[in-house]
Design a protein around this ligand. Structure first.
Ligand SMILES: *Cc1c(COP(=O)(O)O)cnc(C)c1O
Ligand SMILES: [Zn+2]
Length: 414
């Protein structure tokens, strides 16, 4: 039913038939990450909001009629999506806001939001009869692809810079991916991956190159809307590196608005680390995506470190079209936010999400959010992904001798 209407380039506005182009806009190159647009009039007629809500399917596939896949196509078995949206009165009180929800996407099967995109890409690969998928990534995207592929017995080939942290490489190897440790940067790994995909016919999941990653990621926006009984919140806040997540969230709300299922798109506020804030600067100074230049990128929040964000065009559009904003927060605030958020919510999040909490404080202080507004904070990755940074954010445990005196003394001196 959900027949893809067309692929459209957000830079030059050209339309392409989905069979004609597999990845980016042929005339704009890498900056032209394509939108996947549907025949919304047909969807309005054929898909019913309340029927979707009544389904037993508790994963992102409950939205299958709104996804670029045939109704009877198989999908990976792991439970991706339908993550909890916690109504957190304590965070609201601390931030001085009317209502705050925390959406915990760290509960996805490989521990991050990236599972949504990888599940979508693997489902499309299965539909096309492709046997091998590949991506370049240092982190969660690769882990997600390796894990989702493992669940359906698909081959995965991952290109990572040889300098990538061991812990992240371990997750890939455990899932059985072939891991190529490229003796150069992420950008070089990215290009090698793409070239090999073209040569070998592997399906390429590279961020902001494959147009369907955002179609998986948009399901988080659908869930937020559905979990709030189809009343969109005033603001959704997201950590931003390459910009593909915020682009996906925008796309989800955009679809729902076309369908008439919500009345407005929330303002989207992207949070960057001060040390990796290319989009924050481009937004502030009104720079177009095509004119952005690579910047140095250095932050404790490795998942949002990006010198030249690959989905910059769609990330800027998401913020500009919704009258949203970008904020940038320093690393010390990001680290401090890890335990702050965990103690207020019980959600242990990785630094890129702690940044969102720190960004919310900043957005309230600077008047970007009013105190009578409702806000969703998107937590995209599990805190167990980056134990080193978590440990840096807290004091050591209390060391004691194995006797009660020592225990009592330690507790007194706490
Ligand atoms: C990838 C990622 C982000 C940032 O997403 P972009 O699409 O690069 O902006 C934020 N948090 C986590 C946990 C991620 O894995
Ligand atoms: Zn184009």
């Amino acid at each position: 039913m959900a027949v893809i209407h067309e692929l459209r380039c957000p830079i030059c506005g050209r339309n392409y038939h989905p069979n004609a182009v597999e990845y980016v806009c042929p005339s704009c190159g890498l900056v032209g990450t394509l939108d996947v647009l549907y025949d919304y009039a047909a969807l309005r007629r054929d898909v019913d909001r309340d029927r979707i809500g009544q389904q037993a399917e508790q994963s992102m596939w409950r939205y299958k009629p709104l996804l670029p896949i045939e109704p009877d196509s198989k999908t990976p078995p792991l439970r991706v999506g339908m993550t909890p949206l916690y109504d957190s009165g304590r965070v609201a009180e601390r931030l001085g806001l009317k209502r705050v929800w925390v959406k915990d996407d760290g509960q996805n099967p490989t521990g991050s939001f990236k599972d949504r995109a990888s599940a979508m890409v693997v489902a499309r690969a299965m539909e096309a009869g492709i046997k091998t998928v590949s991506t370049a990534s240092t982190g969660n995207a690769a882990a997600a692809l390796a894990g989702i592929s493992a669940s359906v017995g698909m081959n995965t080939i991952i290109f990572v810079p040889a300098s990538a942290p061991e812990a992240k490489i371990a997750q890939l190897l455990v899932y059985g991916a072939t891991v190529l440790l490229v003796e150069d940067t992420y950008d070089v790994a990215f290009d090698l991956c793409y070239q090999m995909c073209l040569e070998e016919g592997w399906y390429c999941r590279n961020t902001a190159m494959n147009p369907y990653t955002t179609e998986g990621k948009k399901t988080a926006a659908y869930e937020i809307a559905e979990q709030l009984d189809w009343i969109a919140p005033d603001v959704v806040m997201v950590g931003v590196g390459d910009g593909n997540i915020i682009a996906g969230i925008y796309k989800g709300f955009f679809d729902l608005l076309q369908l008439g299922w919500i009345e407005r798109i929330p303002r989207l506020i992207g949070v960057q680390a001060e040390g990796s804030s290319a989009l924050f600067h481009a937004w502030r100074h009104g720079i177009a995506a095509q004119d952005m230049q690579p910047q140095p990128a250095e932050t404790v929040a490795d998942s949002i470190s990006a010198g030249l964000p690959r989905d910059r065009a769609k990330a800027l559009r998401a913020v500009r079209e919704t009258s949203g904003a970008f904020v940038a927060v320093p690393d010390n605030k990001i680290l401090a936010a890890i335990p702050a958020l965990a103690r207020l919510t019980g959600v242990f999040a990785e630094p890129s999400c702690a940044a969102v909490y720190a960004g919310a404080e900043r957005a309230v202080q600077s008047g970007l959010i009013q105190d009578d507004e409702s806000v969703v904070l998107l937590m995209t990755g599990n805190g167990l992904k980056d134990i080193r940074r978590a440990q840096q954010s807290v004091r050591q445990g209390l060391r004691v001798k194995p006797n009660l005196d020592s225990v009592r003394r330690a507790l007194q001196n706490r």
